[in-house]
Design a protein around this ligand. Sequence first.
Ligand code: ARG
Length: 267
Amino acid sequence: MSRLWWGMMILALMMVACQPPAAPTPTAALATQLPNLGGRELRIASDTTYPPFEFVDPNTNEIVGFDVDLVNEICKLLNCKPVIVSTAWEGIFAGLEQRQFDLAASGITITEERKQKFDFSDSYLRYGQVVLVRADEGRIQGKDDLKDKIVGVQVGTTNEETAKTLVADETKQLKRYDTFDLAVRALLAKDVDAVVIDSPAADGFMAQNPGKLKIAGQPFTSEDLGLCFPKGSDLVGPFNFALKALKENGTIDRLYDKWFKEYKPGK
Ligand code: ARG
């Protein structure tokens, strides 16, 4: 009897010991590993003229948008305090190099060239560039119709690089503006025929100018956006952890819907 009892005990113990440990859900596992930045204040550079990524809400005068929500959500997880510093596009990169900012969140494309000078987070969004034209435009059906047209872009962007390849003579046909906001105003004023721009931003400007603009053709590039840090920043690892958690728990999708599908100015 007691031998049988011991036998059963040993068998039961063996069975328990051989059980693989219950796999924790990925988000729970991430949460326990999330770094804690101890309330650190982060200076975040952003060119806030770029709806729906970052722009000034005319009703409240507050800086809002996808990138703003994203860094807020990241800081909730990492225990940091985001301070958005409105900065001209070119000043963002100069300031990062001089370490005036902890990072930049500004719809920035991850490129090989930028990676030489800066560190990037993992991609938080993939999109394509498009051709934005006036709603009544009949001559331009897509990128191949820009060879003899006047094209506006924001200076120093991947869109400028792309537009250079689409016009026959960039000195005559390419107009570079300090912001995309100005490029779109030039388009509406008929100073340029088209603007080459990231597709979510094209949607953002269309939402701000209902009925006045349209996209000609389909997105024709594929690029990844990342948060941009000074080289060697200790924040890249923590931010990637947080981004992963926000992808897994559906927050990124929710922000995507909020800013890229539902956003209409005045709402
Ligand atoms: N994605 C493009 C780039 O990185 C344009 C970004 C422009 N962003 C802005 N906030 N104006 O070059």
